[in-house]
Design a protein. Sequence first.
Length: 333
Amino acid sequence: MSNEFLSTYGGRNKNLPQTLTLDHVSPATRLLEKRRQMFEVQEALDAQKEEFARREDAFRRREEALRKKDLELQESLIKFNKFLQENESKRNRAIKRAADEKKQREIKETEITKLTRQYHEKMLEEKTLKEQVLKNEKYQKFLMDVVEFVQGTSEDFPEVQDLLNRYNTLRVANEDLNKRQTNHDVENEEKRQQFAQFTKERANEVLNRNNEIATLQKNLEGHAMATLQAQYNVDSSISNMSDKVLQLGQMLASIENLLERFETQAKHMKRNKDTPKTFGDKADVSGSAEDLEREGKRAHEHLEDIAIYMIDYSSIVREWEAEITAGTQKQDF
């Protein structure tokens, strides 16, 4: 048991009894020794328990103390954090108050500077006005003298203010007249420029129109020459056509006369009976193109008839010559 105790608690305690060697003793002695060892172990255990209890109590008291100190430390930290927050808030408020005071101070300083400048300006203005008053006193005296002088001759200006009002009225009227004169001068200048521009544009337009007229005149002359040339060509064509029509009429008349002569000479022939021809109508070549075509076809037919007649006359001449030749030969025999 002591060995288990030692193995459990990691070695032999210095307070535990020493183990004796009981290999050569009797069983009773060994039993007593075991009991003694057990008693010593029990005492050691009790002492160990007391030590553990004492240490546990010490540890518990120490833990309580540490817990109490921790709570106190936490409370101190909370108080210190609260203190820091309050100080930070006070610091921020102080900084903000200082910034506001600085801003207000700057505003006041700016206002003081502005008022000081205005004060100096007013002082200078007052000085200037006093100088003007001193300077204008002679004018006031002059106006009063003028009013006294006018009152002796007229009642239109009984007070100086009436005279000033009259002067202001005349001044406003003069300014209005000057303004109107300026406007009229500007308008007159604009009108003059417009008139110059209009004159320039009209001159350019007249020049362009003259150029156009010259171009159109040149084109007209060219067209007139072309017209004369065309008229000449038409007249030449008409003249040539008239000559050709005359020649054609002569040709057609010659064909008809020649055919008429052939048929007059051939009245006794049989062919005259088979192919009768009429010559009551003369060739008309003064009509339209259709008439000319019809007369051309008719002349072509007449030429064919003339050709036939000439062939027949050629045959007759050959037969007559053959007969004459044969008769001459018979007379010789």
